[in-house]
Design a protein around this ligand. Structure first.
Ligand SMILES: [Zn+2]
Length: 306
């Protein structure tokens, strides 16, 4: 299985359009020792010909152009992108689907709840259903293993299992709709298994680390983990108001470093890094602390084989 990290920032990217925090200001001025990043996007493949997206970021157009493997190969209209797996209905995680609306056949795997939010409440997603055999939606339920199939129905050999991590739906989902949805389908992490049995754990939004989750991580070969915020009150300190990291469904890095220190098996990589996070600064103490703890901090364009 080849894994490409097309984007590694949290929602808004780095720098973020309306943000003048120290990180964003210095990055724009060219005085920041650290990389700019697009919004988190992972792509996986077993044959380098058919690719599956984990989520669909708002930066997908630029991310596809930056990855030659994802460029059209044959004919005038074609894409190696076979489909996508959705973990939640967040704008940062699903908006990219609308960028893939050019009548391209795609297989989209989502929970029933996420599918209904997108296709029944948001009429713009009708652009993905203009002709038959355009986007095929396939429901999955958390904790069950499902195969990733391309639009022709062929099995990629990849197996996915979603873990239920959070119960909060996005703020745009009405209370009436939320009351009709299954709370355990709101926010998921994914375990992807290659045909050879290698495991990727993709966990960009983790509200708390239960013991059962630790066991899942210990059985993974690579862990892509929630690196959104360094500290719980990071946004409040920088903006003067707002929510804590925990309230937004993210365990801060300063906590997860300690909680996950006992992991032995997986290669550990932080993804989904918010522009305010001080560990983006490669000259700073937080960056050094993370690296010395054996973690890596994902950058756009990274890839590895499992
Ligand atoms: Zn910023």
């Amino acid at each position: 299985m080849r894994v490409k990290i097309l984007g590694s920032a949290a929602g808004g990217g780095f720098p973020q359009w309306n943000c003048a925090c120290p990180n964003c200001r210095l990055q724009r001025a060219g005085n920041f020792q650290g990389k700019a990043r697009t919004q988190t996007q992972v792509a996986i493949s077993t044959d380098n010909r058919s690719w599956f997206l984990l989520g669909a970021s708002p930066d997908l157009r630029a991310q596809i152009e930056a990855a030659p493997e994802l460029h059209p190969r044959e004919g005038v209209r074609q894409s190696p992108i076979a489909g996508a797996v959705l973990c939640n209905a967040d704008v940062d995680h699903t908006l990219g689907l609308l960028l893939l609306r050019e009548l391209q056949p795609l297989e989209v795997h989502a929970t029933e709840s996420v599918r209904r939010i997108l296709t029944e409440d948001n009429s713009m997603f009708g652009m993905l259903q203009r002709v038959s055999h355009q986007v095929t939606w396939t429901d999955f339920t958390p904790e069950t293993t499902f195969p990733l199939l391309n639009p022709a129905g062929e099995d990629s050999g990849l197996r996915c299992r979603a873990l239920s991590l959070g119960s909060h739906y996005p703020a745009y989902v009405s209370e009436r709709r939320q009351s009709a949805l299954i709370s355990g389908e709101a926010s998921l992490g994914l375990i992807v298994e290659s045909p050879g049995g290698k495991r990727l754990a993709c966990m960009p939004a983790v509200p708390q680390i239960e013991d059962t989750l630790l066991q899942e991580f210990e059985s993974a070969d690579v862990l892509l983990f929630d690196g959104t915020f360094w500290s719980d009150d990071e946004l409040i300190r920088i903006q003067g108001s707002g929510q804590t990291a925990q309230q937004m469904g993210h365990v801060p890095v300063s906590s997860s470093l300690a909680r996950l220190a006992q992991l032995r098996r997986p290669r550990k990589i932080y993804v989904h890094i918010n522009n305010t996070n001080p560990m983006l600064n490669e000259a700073g103490p937080e960056f050094r602390q993370v690296r010395e703890a054996g973690w890596e901090i994902a950058e756009d364009g990274w890839q590895f084989d499992l």
